[in-house]
Design a protein around this ligand. Structure first.
Ligand code: IMP
Ligand code: MG
Length: 189
């Protein structure tokens, strides 16, 4: 790998700290939901690795469901393109998100789930991109606060790629990366 490319993509959260943080989120959730059977609702596809690890860090029973959102147009309009298999009525629901960026998706989702007579609704987001927030939305459990760089790995993708990186990488030069998206292959896998 050319040395120059090292400056364009950089590992920002390594596997060790990632695993450690997921473990502590699991501990907090286990304590808060003791005696309950929460439904973890993963937002596809980015939440998959996080949900997988988080669910196994929870000591106690839980159910796992998924839904998929489609954002369209400006201003956070969205629709559910795949809904949960079970009814969430009367359940303690924990939304599992990879990253909260503008907050528009999560705001849409929380409003929608609020109409379904849940017993409780909370969110766990692995990453909170605080500087990019447009709408304030509650995030009860958060893994890491991050800056406004474009991130990849551990579920986060660029045009569907790189979700299976085991750690989180930041793209420092987005136009250089878009011109040569293979650059990450050489250093990240
Ligand atoms: P929001 O509605 O702007 O908060 O968007 C949240 C969604 O945008 C996340 O669930 C991700 O799918 C995507 N997203 C936001 N930031 C990044 C990033 O840095 N890398 C990859 N996907 C991102
Ligand atoms: Mg997402």
């Amino acid at each position: 790998m050319a040395v120059g490319q090292m400056n364009e993509v950089v590992e920002v959260i390594a596997e060790g700290p990632l695993a450690e943080r997921v473990r502590s989120l699991g501990e907090a959730i286990s304590a808060d939901y003791e005696g309950k059977v929460p439904v973890l609702v993963g937002v596809l596809s980015g939440s998959l690795p996080f949900l997988s690890d988080l669910s196994r860090a929870i000591e106690g029973d839980c159910e796992i469901e998924f839904l998929s959102l489609n954002r369209f147009g400006e201003g956070g309009r969205a629709r559910i393109s795949m809904d949960t298999e079970i009814s969430l009525e009367g359940r303690d629901v924990l939304i599992v998100e990879d990253i909260v960026d503008t907050g528009l998706s999560l705001t849409f989702l929380r409003r929608l789930l609020d109409t379904r007579d849940l017993k409780s609704l909370r969110t766990v987001a692995l990453l909170d991109k605080v500087p990019r927030r447009i709408v304030q939305v509650p995030i009860e459990y958060r893994g890491f606060e991050v800056g406004d760089e474009f991130l990849l790995g551990y579920g986060l993708d660029w045009e569907g790629r790189y979700r299976n990186l085991r750690s989180i990488w930041a793209v420092l030069d987005l136009s250089a990366f878009q011109a040569d998206p293979g650059m990450l292959m050489e250093c990240a896998f």
